[in-house]
Design a protein around this ligand. Structure first.
Ligand code: NAD
Length: 331
């Protein structure tokens, strides 16, 4: 019987794993901890490996896995920037991902977060808590239907976000390195990032995290925005230079920011720090500001993707074991 070892397994994944294991007649053992050089011996004797790594990946792990006869790592997320793809390849390890596990969940979150600021909900909540029931100018919001939204990266998630904003009556402009003629009925494509963001009231990022998109939003990019923009990053933390975002919030370029991913999130997100000290001053500032809705990379978190991620990781593992390759391979 084929044997698969999974790391980083959360309690909410276990039902889907057990059902998959029974349906496929494959032994699956799981572990809540991440794979490290300290526990790597646990992989010995298994045929396949699935992780949900969210931090820097120790490069010594690749050679150790190769020495155990492991042929693949099935990452249970869409992002794979934590892996050194070349190094993995040099040790004959195929890295796979689950590229699409519920794009609509992330798009819904991006739109919800943007509307939270457009319709002044943080201020309304604060006023109610202070028993101030006055109607005055700071509470007046712009009608959503009158806004222009720039979608940066109009792929699986970006295109659904575009559709949702379009359903509200917004004008949607987009920037993507690929032509997307099939989306031209809802998105007015621009030739550059600068053109796409120039007139935007809402900017929503949906590009992958890679060398080209690293700090795509920096001081210079934020300076090109209109004043009072609502900024949404449900993509990857590395796409935004966080200090530049904080400066843009302080200067009024950005009026509200939805930050579901943060460039230094690995140490904190998915862990409980309620009884431990968070030492990252920038993260603390993001959490504490009323003009930022910070969240722990949770935009995807609905029932559908939780199941799809567990099954996707296991399916990719089997595909590599059975065929030597996988459709979801990234290296
Ligand atoms: P996708 O590959 O379907 O779409 C990405 C789009 O960005 C593509 O159309 C691509 O052509 C475009 N693109 C790539 N590089 C670009 C560049 N330099 N400039 C402009 N456009 C560029 O990916 P997706 O599934 O829609 O995922 C989008 C993002 O969402 C990724 O960063 C992914 O990691 C992230 N994500 C976040 C969560 C969450 O919970 N917050 C969950 C899943 C995915």
């Amino acid at each position: 019987m084929v044997r698969i070892k999974m790391f980083d397994v959360a309690p909410y994944e276990i039902d889907a794993i057990k059902n998959w294991s029974a349906d496929h007649q494959v032994e699956v053992d799981y572990e809540s901890n991440p794979l490290t050089m300290d526990n790597i011996e646990q992989v010995k004797g298994y045929d396949g490996l699935s992780l949900s790594h969210n931090g820097p990946f120790n490069p010594e792990i690749y050679s150790k896995l190769e020495s155990y006869g492991i042929k693949q790592i099935a990452q249970r997320s869409a992002g794979f920037d934590m892996y050194d793809l070349e190094e993995a390849k040099a040790h004959n390890l195929i890295i796979t991902t689950v590229p699409s596990y519920s794009p609509s969940s992330i798009a819904e979150y991006a739109v919800t977060g943007a509307l939270y600021f457009v319709r002044q909900l943080p201020l309304i909540k604060q006023r109610m808590e202070n028993h101030n029931f006055v109607w005055d100018a700071p509470l007046i919001s712009r009608p959503v239907k009158d806004l222009t939204v720039a979608i940066i990266g109009v792929g699986r998630i970006g295109s659904i976000s575009a559709q949702l904003f379009s359903n509200f009556g917004c004008k949607v402009v987009g920037y993507d390195i690929e032509d997307k003629p099939e989306l031209e009925n809802i998105v007015e494509f621009k030739d550059s990032l600068e053109e796409a963001i120039a007139q935007a009231d809402i900017v929503s990022l949906h590009v992958p995290g890679n060398k080209e998109t690293y700090h795509m939003f920096n001081q210079a990019t934020f300076n090109q925005l209109k004043d009072g923009v609502i900024f949404v990053n449900c993509a990857r933390g590395m796409v935004v230079e966080t200090q530049a975002l904080l400066d843009a919030l302080n200067s009024g370029k950005v009026a509200g920011a939805v930050i579901d991913t943060y460039e230094n999130e690995a140490q904190y997100f998915r862990r409980d720090f309620s009884n431990r000290e968070v030492q990252d001053e920038t993260l603390l500032e993001l959490i504490e500001r009323n003009d930022v809705l910070a969240s722990p990379h949770i935009a995807f978190f609905t029932h559908e993707p939780v199941k799809n991620l567990a099954e996707g990781g296991l399916n990719s593992t089997m595909e590599v074991l059975e065929t030597g390759d996988a459709q979801t391979r990234v290296n």
